[in-house]
Design a protein around this ligand. Structure first.
Ligand SMILES: Cc1ncc(COP(=O)(O)O)c(C=O)c1O
Length: 378
């Protein structure tokens, strides 16, 4: 028998009551019973997004809402700034290019983040930039990007939107949509919201709704206006929603409300801190210059095969972590502390890491990292 511990940065573990809610008999979506649930989740999501803006829900992975953010705001030929520094920053550029947007980009070495001054410099150089696309937590490197500071720069520009991919960051890293002047915030179900994959969310500011009026990019399913009108009419969705996922979301949002969003964020901060400090105690280093509280990216020692480390953790100890993407393949492992996770998930992951490192010939004093984590989590 081998018990499996899912420690990847999405999908993440789903609490039992949320899974059971998903297993309830299907109800029809054009009923008052479903409309009530849908209106409630649309309101409760605002608590997590820290916004008064409308939050729309789509039946897709998070990338669908990222694509919608581009296609609903912009027109072919418009200029956009894409802030990169990892796989998901690059995704903004790829989507923009697919819609004929002229992209200027700011890139940094993976593990680093783009400084706000650079964003200001670009906006001064290209005053016609209509949208700045960025990422709260760059999951491929475990890096937190300074959204508040970007917001301070974009906020007073009436012809420029700030669009944030908070797919892995929401519910783990502080995300103050309204306070920071974020016009579009995108997220997904399979991370901090403790659900299976399948739902995408997007909050849309008043300023952003004005951009939809002139946008000429093609769109059909991800038409934000159509979806908003349906929600306003309590219809409540333009097309068949993911009924079971929405019912389960109602449950997971109730859990978040019960714990309190700031306590949820505080829990993530503690788990992240314990993970980082335990890893450093083992003599390992972190990839990120500004680690996010959703996931820790750990440099694999040069004398160890990163693929073998990930396989040992997974196959021998049942701890499923993520490896590196693109050029970082084999060079890092990523341990998530995201969503439905507590102290003993971290203790488990660190102990499995110690055992796996030892198996692969790395000099490790068993229990040293675990003791460090326990000291922080006690
Ligand atoms: C920061 C970030 N952006 C975008 C995505 C893509 O989301 P999805 O796979 O739900 O389309 C992910 C998924 O890992 C992510 O972590």
């Amino acid at each position: 028998m081998k018990k499996v511990y899912l420690m990847t940065p999405g999908p993440t573990p789903v609490p039992d009551d949320v899974r059971l809610a998903e297993a309830k008999p299907i109800i029809h979506h054009r009923t008052t019973e479903f409309a009530e649930i849908y209106v409630r989740i649309s309101e409760d999501l605002k608590v997590v997004f820290k916004t008064h803006n409308v939050v729309l829900t789509f039946l897709s992975s998070g990338t669908g809402a990222m694509e919608g953010a581009v296609s609903n705001m912009l027109s072919p030929g418009d200029r956009a700034l894409c802030i990169m520094g990892g796989k998901f920053g690059e995704r903004w550029e790829e989507i923009c290019k697919a819609y004929g947007i002229q992209v200027v980009s700011l890139n940094v070495e993976w593990g680093d983040y783009v400084k706000p001054e650079e964003v200001k410099r670009m906006l001064d150089q290209y005053p016609d930039i209509k949208a700045v696309f960025t990422t709260l937590c760059e999951t491929s490197t475990g890096t937190l990007f300074p959204i508040k500071e970007y917001g301070d720069i974009v906020r007073n520009k009436p012809n420029t939107l700030l669009v944030v991919d908070a797919i892995s960051g929401l519910g783990a890293c502080d995300m103050r949509t309204d306070e920071w002047g974020v016009d579009i915030c995108v997220s997904g179900s399979q991370k901090g919201l403790m659900l299976p994959p399948g739902l995408a969310f997007v909050s849309v500011s008043d300023k952003a709704w004005r951009f939809t009026e002139t946008s000429r990019c093609p769109k059909y399913y991800f038409n934000f206006t159509k979806q908003r009108i349906a929600l306003e009419k309590k219809s409540p969705t333009a097309y068949t929603p993911g009924v079971s996922l929405i019912v389960a979301l109602d449950k997971s949002l109730a859990r978040i409300k019960e714990e309190g969003i700031d306590n949820v964020l505080e829990r993530h901060a503690r788990l992240a801190n314990a993970t980082r400090e335990a890893v450093k105690t083992l003599g390992l280093s972190l990839l990120s210059k500004k680690p996010a509280n959703a996931v820790t990216a750990i440099n694999v020692p040069s004398n160890i095969d990163g693929g073998a480390l990930k396989r040992t953790l997974d196959k021998k100890y049942g701890v499923s972590v993520a490896g590196g993407q693109a050029d970082l393949k084999g060079k890092i492992i990523r341990i998530a502390h995201l969503g439905y996770m507590g102290e003993f998930d971290i203790i488990t992951a660190i102990s499995a890491l110690e055992l796996s490192l030892k198996d692969l010939g790395y000099k490790v004093e068993l229990g040293k990292g675990v003791a460090k984590a326990m000291g922080i989590l006690k």
